[in-house]
Design a protein around this ligand. Structure first.
Ligand code: GCV
Length: 702
């Protein structure tokens, strides 16, 4: 009787509309409302049998116990071993079908057995089991074998020592450097739980525009405090380094990577780091990019710089992750100069020259995390150098935290692109997971979107991007819809229509965003510096390749950047098959058209419209889709927590205002060149180009 009352009370509490602040992410573990469903899970989760004292196994049993307590409303005992049936058994034993972090979950002799070769596998299997219950899957006859396809699945935080975050829109940094190492914010642990639950196993805690502070003992002790919290969740800590640190910290007179004193400094520093953090992950380096110091300052190459660090790491397990995000301003006299080609030109000749401990990290596209980019030409071009993928989870160019944009389709589009380097099917995913070139190291990084906002990501729906990044890092074959469906069920609702509606909103959102900002292959026409709002009229900047005109090339004849043989020749960096896809403007898929071609305003496209009419159509339908999204969101109101509903609804209203802003700016500005009318079926913008221009100026005021 007492038990029943408790259950009813728990049920009541879960049904009652309490304000959900989003803090619990996808790890809510609210009581399953349907009693029958609860009971059927309860019948097969009567105990958790754990016969290992390993730290991460302990984490797994604690997570499982607390997850089941929430979901089923009962405390499941953790026992050392059991001869009875109807429980969950952790089994650490050799399984040749599994790699180091893989797991299997199977029904065996009346129990659910989570089997793995290592303690980390047990942890990941545990979260998979919890996810299965959270998403309402049947566990009878469960049979799952899962291995991560990529070794290092990491977040890159662009967090600064003073608490700001470069391109962070969800408050300030999670890391309270001034309070560390003594004061441990409980949030650090919740951060680790969330990451472990989606398979993320590494984190770079500081910005790639790195402060040398992190190489001091004072700061290393703070980093150690974080590493100690993350370790039980299988997460290794990495640091971004400032290449000039030896000189900045007055250890040497230069930072030349071939100078013996500099090399000795890095060796001593690395030894010190490992004496403090024995499982330190390694270094992430942004060098000779956007003003950061690097080996080229001394006439050395990226390989010289990376190999020096690799040598310092030789006695340890750590690796060097060297970023390929570099672009020199192209010479004014070079008519073929194009930022698109810079990283390729710098790195491709170095293939084969990097130490075994070096991974080169490449952004998904050649410019900079635009709403849509062709895949980076380096993928497939460096068979002797492990290349890591760098995605951006924070929405620098995708509407900050005022726009609902689900990024899984963007990630997938890049991963599924075919490089054709070893024939058809040589996808970017196969480069990154190492299967194409047999890389001995594999990695994928996401620039984090987390911050001190209570719900972690500012826009509640942006939590889905953190989640999707982790899920795809583990298995890039999952579909965007599948991930969205899981996430919705775990965070918002199980009601079938609601799940369907929100999954649809999510999966369509990226294309909608592209349509009202940069359709048909336009790119880099946003407000300069802040990367917010439209600024297509920007003709000049401190560097030519920071100005919008450099990318859209609009004139009275047409619009778009010719990157074929007749233009900058960037297209020639790809294999012949890829060139064939994008070489001919008449055959180039519309999403990539203006990336590669300068197209006449009156040119007829495959849609039947002229280029100008199609451009206008995209801006107008893009805006319409935001309006539709708002309607769809309103339709799920009864099944969503009130606080979350209101917050998302408010941000969608902002998104509509911003979509109008983008549309007005772009159609009014480009019309000056096309000299063609906005198609009659669309209402004219209600303001002048001058008025819209002023808006961006306001946002750029100090
Ligand atoms: C960390 C873009 C961003 C910069 C960022 C840089 C990078 O240019 O605007 O803020 O700096 O990319 O990835 O290094």
């Amino acid at each position: 009787m007492f038990k029943k009352i408790i259950c009813l009370l728990l049920l009541f509490l879960s049904i009652k509309t309490f304000a959900d602040d989003g803090y619990r992410l996808w790890l809510k573990y609210d009581l399953i409302k349907n009693q029958k469903e609860r009971e059927s899970y309860a019948r097969i989760t009567k105990f958790i049998a754990v016969n290992s004292q390993l730290e991460i196994v302990k984490t797994a049993s604690i997570e499982l116990q607390s997850g089941l307590k929430g979901l089923l409303g009962k405390t499941v005992p953790v026992i050392a071993s059991s001869k009875s049936t109807g429980g969950i058994v952790f089994q650490l034993s050799l399984n040749k079908d599994l790699n180091e972090e893989g797991y299997s979950i199977t029904s065996q002799n009346g129990n659910i057995v989570i089997n793995a070769n290592t303690e980390k596998g047990i942890l990941y299997g545990t979260f998979e089991l919890l996810r299965s219950i959270q998403t309402g899957k049947s566990l009878s006859n469960i049979s799952i074998v899962s291995n991560p396809k990529i070794q290092y699945r990491m977040l890159n935080h662009w967090d600064n020592p003073l608490g700001t975050i470069e391109r962070g829109y969800a408050g300030s940094s999670l890391w309270k450097w001034y309070e560390l190492p003594e004061n441990i914010d409980p949030r650090y642990k919740d951060y680790a739980r969330a990451n472990a639950s989606i398979g993320i196993n590494a984190t770079v805690v500081n910005n790639v525009n790195a402060s040398a502070r992190f190489m001091t003992k004072e700061y290393l002790l703070k980093v150690k405090a974080l590493a100690d919290v993350f370790r039980p969740y299988g997460i290794k800590v990495f640091l971004s380094i400032n290449f000039a640190a030896p000189k900045i910290l007055k250890g040497t007179k230069t930072s030349d990577p071939l100078d013996p004193q500099v090399r000795a400094w890095w060796q001593a520093k690395t030894n010190e780091i490992y004496s403090i953090i024995p499982d330190f992950g390694g270094y992430l380096v942004k060098a000779n990019s956007e003003g950061e110091p690097g080996p080229q300052d001394f006439g050395r190459t990226h390989a010289d710089g990376a190999n020096m660090l690799a040598e310092a790491l030789k006695p340890y397990t750590g690796v060097v992750i060297w970023r390929a995000f570099v672009y020199k301003p192209s010479s004014k006299d070079d008519p073929k100069g194009d930022r698109y080609k810079e990283a390729y030109n710098d790195f491709k000749p170095l293939d084969g020259q990097f130490d075994k401990k070096v991974i080169v990290q490449v952004k998904n596209g050649p410019i900079d995390f635009q709403p849509r980019e062709p895949f980076h030409p380096l993928f497939g071009a460096m068979p002797k150098t492990p290349l890591a993928m760098e995605f951006q989870i924070t929405q620098e160019y995708l509407g900050f935290t005022t726009n609902l944009v689900y990024l899984a389709p963007l990630f997938k589009e890049c991963l599924e692109s075919d490089t054709y380097v070893n024939g058809k099917g040589s996808t970017v995913a196969k480069v990154v997971d190492g299967s194409l070139h047999d890389y001995h190291l594999t990695a994928i990084a996401g620039v984090a979107n987390t911050g001190s906002d209570r719900n972690w990501t500012g826009h509640f729906m942006s939590q889905a991007n953190w989640y999707a990044f982790g899920r795809l890092a583990w298995n890039h074959e999952l579909s965007s819809e599948q991930i969205a469906d899981e996430w919705v069920k775990m965070t918002l609702s199980h009601e079938p229509k609601t799940v369907k509606t929100i999954t649809k909103i999510l999966t369509e959102s990226r294309e909608n965003y592209v349509n009202f900002t940069t359709p048909l292959g336009l790119h880099h026409i946003m407000g300069q510096g802040i990367h917010f709002g439209p600024e297509p009229w920007l003709m000049k900047s401190d560097r030519p390749d920071w100005a919008s005109a450099y990318y859209h090339r609009a004139d009275t004849l047409g619009i778009g950047c010719d990157r074929t043989k007749k233009g900058s020749e960037a297209l020639l960096l790809y294999t012949q098959e890829v060139q064939n896809q994008w070489n001919d403007p008449a055959k180039t898929p519309l999403p990539y058209l203006l990336w590669f071609h300068h197209v006449g305003w009156k040119t007829k496209l495959s849609t039947g419209n002229t280029l100008w009419d199609e451009l206008c159509t995209r801006y107008y339908t893009g805006l319409q889709s935001v309006k539709d999204m708002r309607k769809e969101w309103n339709s799920v109101k009864p099944n969503i927590d009130k606080e979350i509903f209101e917050d998302v609804a408010g941000r969608l209203a902002v998104q509509e205002r911003e979509a109008i802003w983008w549309r007005d700016a772009c159609v009014l500005y480009f019309r000056q060149y096309s000299k063609m009318p906005i198609p009659a079926q669309f209402p004219k913008p209600e303001r002048s180009l001058e008025e819209v221009t002023k808006l961006v100026e306001i946002y750029q005021l100090r």
